[in-house]
Design a protein around this ligand. Structure first.
Ligand code: PBG
Length: 337
């Protein structure tokens, strides 16, 4: 005799009702990823017509200013309207006083002017931190192995002013010195740059995931020690909320959590607590991991990329800085959901 299987109880609630067809799924889909949610970080280097691979970030290149302009044009055609510039500074320009950081004609400022001249409707974001210009690779001045907060803030203010002067739309202080947002905001107001937006790297953790970026900007070799006296402890969640509250208080328009995927809980708490424009930075190491696994054939690179970006939306982010921006925008333009 075959044993009888008792009938399954009648299911009154069947969530599968809403997954049956693509149309039903689309109807109830809660979040969407749009090209407008993406900020594309680009690395700028010297020269003309130069494209130089970054080995630890497959698919990412350093570009000379003319090539940056071309790339921004292509990205814009796919719907990316905000870019973020990071300079790869020649070792000969790295000094202890970091004076290149506020040189009106440094790479970052030249690229800002060139992009704004070619595409005035594209928003240019710039990075405020001393590391690309510092002989020791730190975001602030160092004396006897100690990072000097207030002296660094003065330099960061000069740097931010030179970026605003060059036409930056969004100033992005990534340095994590105390008091820099207020100091930069006051200086911008004082210099008549009243319309400049500040996106504060408010909750920036001391992370191993920045490794490939430091290669890309040429800071890896220079860096002595670590950044733990100014970047946050990965185990601190509440502190992120205090940092964000402070930066908003000091005049930040938008806040960022960085890195991205390992800190989605922080994104969600930030959005729920403050309800302000909230961004995540999907950093170089996150990018490299997806690319590397895809190159091995271990994951589907496109799907993993899109899923990772959608996760930021679900976690409450308004947008995300990602090296995948043009590629993701291309897929979105083709109807990816
Ligand atoms: C430095 C800066 C870093 C990144 C952006 N700005 C690295 C660091 O703090 O050492 C990391 C971005 C990335 O990893 O993609 N001011």
């Amino acid at each position: 005799m075959t044993p009888t299987v008792p009938p399954a109880p009648l299911a009154l609630s069947r969530p599968r009702h809403l997954r049956r067809t693509a149309a039903l799924g689309g109807l109830v889909r809660q979040d969407r990823l749009h090209a407008d949610d993406l900020i594309w970080p680009l690395f700028v280097r010297d020269g003309e017509g130069v494209l130089e691979e970054v080995p630890s970030m497959p698919g990412v290149v350093r570009r000379s200013v003319d090539r940056v302009v071309d790339a921004v044009g292509e990205a814009q055609a796919l719907g990316v309207r905000t870019i973020c510039l990071f300079p790869y500074t020649d070792a000969s320009l790295k000094t202890e006083d970091c004076a290149e950081a506020w040189n009106p004609d440094n790479l970052s400022n030249r690229a800002t002017r060139a992009v704004k001249a070619a595409f005035p409707q594209v928003s240019v974001m710039t990075d405020v931190a001393l590391d690309p210009y510092n002989v020791n690779g730190h975001d602030g001045f160092v004396r006897d192995g100690v990072i000097l907060n207030d002296e660094s803030v003065e330099a960061l203010v000069r740097m931010a002013l030179s970026q605003a002067e060059a036409g930056a739309d969004i100033i992005g202080p990534s340095d994590m010195m105390d008091g820099r947002i207020g100091a930069i905001r006051r200086a911008l107001e004082g210099a008549g740059h009243r319309d400049v937006t500040i996106m504060s790297y408010a909750a920036k953790y001391a992370s191993a995931f920045y490794g490939p970026f430091r290669d890309a900007v040429g800071a890896s070799g220079a860096l002595t020690g670590d950044k733990k006296t100014y970047q946050m402890d990965p185990l601190n969640g509440d502190e992120a909320l205090r940092m964000i509250a402070r930066d908003l208080d000091e005049g930040a328009d938008m806040v960022m959590v960085k890195p991205g995927l390992p800190y989605l809980d922080v994104c969600r708490r930030a959005k729920d607590t403050f309800a302000v424009p909230t961004f995540a930075y999907q950093v170089s190491g996150e990018y490299a991991m997806i690319r590397a696994a895809a190159a091995q054939g271990w994951i589907d690179g496109e799907k993993a990329m899109m899923e990772s970006l959608m996760a930021f939306r679900r976690a409450g982010c308004d947008g995300v800085l990602t090296y995948f921006a043009p590629e993701a925008a291309g897929l979105i333009a083709k109807g990816w959901e």
